[in-house]
Design a protein around this ligand. Structure first.
Ligand SMILES: O=c1[nH]cnc2c1ncn2[C@@H]1O[C@H](CO)[C@@H](O)[C@H]1O
Length: 341
């Protein structure tokens, strides 16, 4: 009988909620910080970087996140970052990942949208060839930058149409950033065939999640953990099979949840709300997707079959094609059967 840690390590996985810049490993951040010697508050030393990634609250997390965004200065940085993030995901047997990318933040820092999209697409093709991982993009609006960012994010999505683009999102702080103002942009993105997967209910209450559903046509919700405070919303999510993209350690490290023991994940599982397990911004939260699977296994008291079910659920909730889902689920089933034998 295999132990859970080694089972998780070899288990084919899909990740649905993981941020591009937020996945920059300490090595990549150090390399980028070294290129901007002295002009960045981001430490190049990995140990100092771990201290730098200690957040007092969510607003502080966003502030630190944006100092790392400042390190991405040209399309070569974008290409290298994307390819290295794919390498790390593939090392964890992630076969498919929907990476949340924020074009506005890079275009605003002087990287042309066309060069940005060419860089991520080069990396996507390279990662498929070299690591056997399929990357897709969720272009998200950084909410703190408001409608100007919404305008630009939609423009890049519709004008550049990178081949891997499949969904449209909304990230950044929720407090003071009501969802309804972004409805026209989500309407146009969805009309263009993009799936809607905004963040909501990470740092604000259930109303933000209701708004993401009704105003933004959300097919999945980023985090959505405050839904647990509204029985009607929990019932709605379960009945309409609207998945929550849960990142347990993220919620504790940004102080959205007081401790991992208090995370509402077990309550969602009990209520039949579909969810995927994700890492969000793994190096910033001192975690990996493998570790998040182990956390979920502990919180939900899962055995090997239960952990395999986490991977299968992520594939089923992904925006992969039916054929793609079938193939990846078959791989998960084969791996699991082999380990249970
Ligand atoms: O957990 C998260 N919640 C919300 N936004 C996040 C998170 N992780 C990374 N970002 C990113 O923060 C930036 C703000 O401009 C956005 O790029 C968003 O994608």
């Amino acid at each position: 009988m295999t132990d859970l840690t080694s089972f998780i390590a070899g288990l084919p996985k899909a990740e649905l909620h993981v941020h591009h810049v937020g996945s920059a490993s300490p090595r990549i951040v150090a390399e980028l910080a070294a290129r901007h010697e002295g002009r960045s508050p981001v430490p190049a030393d990995p140990a100092a970087l771990a201290d730098y990634f200690a957040f007092s609250d969510f607003a502080h997390f966003i502030e630190v996140y944006l100092t790392v965004v400042d390190l991405i200065r040209d399309d070569e940085d974008v290409r290298m970052l994307t390819y290295e993030v794919a390498r790390e995901l593939a090392r964890q047997q992630v076969r498919y990942a929907e990476l949340t990318i924020t074009p506005y933040s890079s275009v605003k820092r002087g990287i042309a949208a066309k060069a940005f999209c060419e860089a991520i697409e080069d990396a996507r093709r390279g990662a498929a060839a070299d690591f056997g991982i399929e990357l897709r993009w969720c272009f998200d609006i950084p909410g703190e930058a408001g409608l100007a960012a919404a305008e630009e994010t939609l423009r890049v999505a519709l004008d550049e149409k990178p081949e891997g683009l499949i969904s449209f999102g909304l990230g950044g702080p929720e407090i003071g950033v009501p969802r309804p103002q972004f409805k026209p942009y989500f309407d146009q993105a969805r009309a263009a065939g993009l799936h809607s997967a905004p963040h909501a209910g990470e740092t604000t209450g259930p109303d933000t999640i209701w708004s993401a559903l009704h105003d933004l046509g959300a097919e999945r919700i980023g985090h959505g953990i405050s839904a647990i405070r509204d029985d009607k919303l929990v019932a709605y999510l379960a009945e309409h099979r609207i998945p929550l993209e849960i990142s347990p350690t993220s919620n504790v490290r940004t102080r959205a949840v007081a401790s991992i023991e208090e995370h509402p994940l077990p309550l969602f599982a009990e209520a039949g709300v579909p969810f995927s397990i994700n890492s969000d911004d793994p190096p910033m939260f001192g975690t990996t997707l493998e570790e998040e699977y182990a956390v979920a296994a502990r919180l939900l008291d899962l055995d090997v079959r239960g952990v395999a079910g986490l991977a299968t659920a992520s594939v089923e909730q992904s925006f992969l094609s039916p054929a793609g889902k079938k193939a990846l689920i078959a791989e998960i089933d084969t791996y699991t059967a082999h380990n249970l034998a």
